[in-house]
Design a protein around this ligand. Structure first.
Ligand SMILES: C[S@@+](CC[C@H](N)C(=O)[O-])C[C@H]1O[C@@H](n2cnc3c(N)ncnc32)[C@H](O)[C@@H]1O
Length: 220
């Protein structure tokens, strides 16, 4: 059976400068926090698309000290490729941070940013697909909350959402970037309703850019 193993944490932080870049706009923070606060005790949070860990990941970890995070990303992203979408926190004072100028890898910066929480964080490095949901579920992982924030294409997003619905029927599934800039996510959410993965009563808005699905019935 295919298995995913977490990337080991280094013995000490990487010697690169602080780079707290993220794509988590202020207007999303409180609505996202509200979802995280409402999770049951000792929640498991699975995140598809962690980037440098400085956005959604740090928020969730700081908010709940009983939360365990499983973070998935290929971490192949570079400062140059990230610059296209203007990440927040790209500067330390007047200067671009190390990540943005090519010093240190995305994974190294992520490990540094999440260092204080490393006993509660598992990082899984690799390209994800909808099959990743099955692999994690087959390993016994049953999250209370999933953030879908990596592949925003319809072809990537829709099958992930589909697999989350079937393998993790009790989880809250948050879909980030449900905006006209990311038509794949909008189309995927619409399709999930049209195909009956969820009812429209099971879909709610989480701030201006996120939506979440939570099933009323939890019978599989
Ligand atoms: C929008 S960013 C995540 C932002 C993050 N949640 C935050 O709050 O700052 C998307 C991330 O998904 C990763 N990614 C995109 N497609 C992926 C794939 N197929 N497999 C793994 N990671 C992927 C990128 O490397 C990037 O770091």
């Amino acid at each position: 059976m295919e298995q995913l193993s977490p990337t080991p944490w280094p013995t000490e932080p990487h010697s690169v400068g602080k780079s707290l870049c993220h794509w988590f706009p202020p207007a999303s923070i409180e609505p996202f926090n509200h979802v995280i606060r409402a999770l049951p005790e000792n929640p498991t949070y699975v995140e598809f698309g962690t980037f440098l860990g400085a956005g959604t990941t740090l928020k969730a970890l700081r908010l709940r000290d009983d939360l365990q995070a499983l973070c998935l990303d290929h971490w192949g992203i570079t400062g140059t490729s990230a610059a296209r979408w203007n990440p927040r926190g790209a500067k330390n004072g007047r200067h671009l941070c190390d990540f943005m100028v090519g010093k240190g890898t995305a994974l190294q910066h992520c490990q540094n940013n999440l260092w204080a929480y490393r006993d509660r964080v598992k990082l899984f490095k690799g390209s994800t697909t909808h099959r990743t949901v099955d692999i994690l579920a087959n390993q016994g992982i049953q999250p209370d909350c999933v953030l879908l924030d990596d592949d925003h294409s319809y072809e990537g997003f829709m099958p992930r959402l589909f697999r989350c619905r079937y393998r993790w029927p009790n989880a809250v599934i948050i879909c980030d970037d449900h905006t006209s800039s990311w038509p794949g996510v909008v189309k995927g959410v619409k399709e999930a309703l049209a195909r009956g993965f969820y009812t429209k009563e099971e879909l709610y808005q989480v701030g201006p850019r996120m939506v979440a699905f939570k099933r009323d019935k939890t019978d599989g």
